[in-house]
Design a protein around this ligand. Structure first.
Ligand SMILES: [Zn+2]
Length: 205
């Protein structure tokens, strides 16, 4: 069953394009915008507001285009873009993320992780009430879940494919804790799961 298309707002599309440009360069981004049918945004990013911009299917196509543009390097590229997206959000959209004036340093690592995952869920929901995302907490495990994941919308694969999400969640958890955690996508809508699920695991690094 294919989920209905939903809207992605200007601020999030701007964040994705600016981060992609930072990682891929202007020519790389422009090529991918062209191949994913988003050429109207070449040299003209959407403004930083919560007005509707594109459909989730457009966003999924944009992710797919980056992956195929870079071939084997595509996944790593998408992770890097995800990391840059979180940094962009901290720099330019701290109000949307609800990070202003937050004192995380006094909290233990687990609470910091919970805080930043919830901040991401809330920012996404603020940008679009249709978003169905949550933080899952079972025993020792914390995970970020999204039943409306825009990255894999309408796509099919035998393994999880939401690399951009892996990058931004990893960067977010690193930002909140000052430590490196590995994020593993355990469930993905593209392979038939009900939602995409990103588990935060302690890393050896
Ligand atoms: Zn997904």
């Amino acid at each position: 069953m294919v989920r209905e298309d939903a809207v992605i707002v200007n601020a999030l599309v701007r964040q994705a394009f600016a981060s992609a440009q930072e990682v891929m360069g202007e020519n790389g981004l422009n090529t991918v915008l062209r191949t994913s049918g988003l050429e109207r945004y070449i040299g003209d990013f959407p403004p930083d507001d919560l007005e509707p911009a594109i459909q989730t299917s457009d966003y999924a196509r944009f992710n797919e285009a980056i992956e195929s543009f870079y071939g084997r390097g595509g996944r790593g590229m998408l992770r890097r873009i995800g990391r840059a997206s979180f940094q962009y959000a901290v720099r330019e959209q701290a109000a949307l993320l609800g990070l202003a004036g937050v004192a995380l340093k006094v909290l233990p690592a687990r609470q910091r992780i919970r805080f930043i995952l919830n901040a991401m869920v809330n920012a996404l929901k603020k940008s679009n009430p249709q978003v169905d995302a949550w933080v899952e907490e079972k025993g020792e495990t914390l995970a970020y879940c999204d039943a409306t994941c825009a990255i894999c919308h309408g796509r099919q694969n035998t393994e999880p494919i939401c690399y951009l999400y892996l990058g931004s969640i990893g960067e977010a958890v690193g930002w909140a804790t000052g430590q490196v955690y590995e994020i593993i996508e355990t469930h993905c809508i593209a392979k038939g799961d009900a939602h995409c699920r990103f588990e935060v695991t302690a890393s050896q690094a």
